[in-house]
Design a protein around this ligand. Structure first.
Ligand SMILES: NC(=O)c1ccc[n+]([C@@H]2O[C@H](COP(=O)([O-])OP(=O)(O)OC[C@H]3O[C@@H](n4cnc5c(N)ncnc54)[C@H](OP(=O)(O)O)[C@@H]3O)[C@@H](O)[C@H]2O)c1
Length: 332
């Protein structure tokens, strides 16, 4: 089978296509023919070995695993002994986490992993976009922000994978959403259901009296703000959420419990597979019934893996970059 592999940290070109034996599933495992995989922020960090803490997960001096890619969608083509949850021919999707391996024509996963059946009507590209964006946005909004009908929510980085999913899910939860993005994506973000869109190059969304303020929740999906700045637009007892770890936010996460406004950092990829599975099912069901549509930036062939990484590195992708080894799904 073909795999996208890398053996040292560096620029997108360190990843190239190689051949490897088709892996066989062991007891309790099954093999998925990968029809789509996402190339996301974690893959780019794992490839670059930067920021430094990425090396704690991917290998201190050189990459521990040659094949990146957590989020996959495809069809089961072999099952090991003792597998009861899945059968050959099932459409499935899920995430392997830091083990990676999804940037390949096939990946072997445990039936106890973060993997579920993919309902008809949800494309494989949409499925991996759910893993890439919504599987982070949902726990942040629901568990970290306690977002509910009538909540006033600001989403910063609203055109990215996590941010675009956050806008759509917050709207679905009944919140009134103000979304922040750059000038090129104002129209796209307005189409996600936000009540108002702030172009961060023209207006500071964190200044007192900014449109939509005060907010119950400020969700910074790309880490360009801070709890200190967000206080100006947060209501009393409001919550500031961010996906990007910094020393101040780690400290504020602990100390703000005693204050009038909370700062929250979460690590959604580190949740247990048992916690992830119901959310995968919930989001897939929502997508199948039209309640949620993830944003896909583009679908590229596996051979264009370096280009996919380069798009992620721009910091301005819209939603999820998808790679596929399946010719019918590929774009130019
Ligand atoms: N803590 C966790 O559990 C967790 C989980 C998943 C991801 N993450 C992290 O979350 C971050 C976001 O991931 P992602 O995949 O959503 O990123 P992404 O798709 O690469 O986000 C790109 C978006 O960021 C926006 N952006 C860039 N500069 C901005 C600015 N100054 N102000 C507002 N928006 C700006 C861009 O908007 P424009 O192009 O419109 O300018 C672009 O659309 C990454 O750092 C990732 O590592 C953390």
């Amino acid at each position: 089978m073909r795999i996208a592999a890398y053996h040292r940290y560096g620029a997108p070109e360190v990843v190239g296509v190689e051949q490897r034996e088709l892996p066989e599933p062991g007891p309790g495992e099954f093999r998925v023919r990968v029809h789509a995989a996402s190339v996301g922020a974690a893959d780019a960090a794992g490839r670059a070995g930067s920021p430094w803490f990425a090396r704690l997960a991917f290998g201190l001096r050189r990459p521990r695993n040659a094949v990146l890619g957590s989020d996959f969608a495809g069809v089961v083509d072999a099952v090991g002994t003792g597998v009861t949850r899945f059968a050959v021919g099932d459409r499935v999707f899920g995430a392997t986490g830091v083990d990676g391996g999804a940037h390949a024509e096939a990946v072997v996963v445990s039936q106890d992993g973060a993997v579920v059946l993919l309902p008809d009507g949800v494309s494989v590209a949409a499925a991996v976009a759910i893993c890439d964006g919504a599987m982070t946005a949902l726990p942040f909004l629901r568990d970290g922000g306690l977002v509910r009908r009538g909540s006033r929510v600001l989403v910063n980085g609203a055109s990215g994978a996590v941010g675009s999913a956050a806008v759509r899910l917050a709207v679905h939860l009944g919140a009134e959403v103000t979304a922040v993005c750059g000038p090129a994506h104002v129209e796209l973000v307005a189409g996600l259901g936000a009540s108002r869109v702030i172009d961060y190059t023209r207006e500071d969304p964190m200044r007192a009296g900014a449109p939509g303020a005060p907010f119950d929740v400020v969700f910074d999906a790309v880490g360009t703000s801070s709890f200190r700045r967000a206080r100006a637009v947060l209501r009393r007892h409001g919550r500031y959420l961010t996906t990007v770890p910094t020393w101040p936010i780690m400290f504020q996460h602990l100390t703000s419990r005693l204050g009038r406004r909370r700062a929250v950092i979460m690590f959604t990829g580190l949740r247990s597979d048992e916690a992830k599975r119901p959310d995968l099912d919930l989001l897939a069901a929502l997508a199948a019934t039209g309640g949620f549509a993830p944003v896909v930036d583009r679908v590229l062939p596996l051979d264009a893996i370096a280009r996919a990484h380069a798009v992620v590195d721009t910091g301005h992708k819209t939603g999820t970059v998808v790679i596929t080894p399946v010719p019918e799904l590929q774009e130019a």
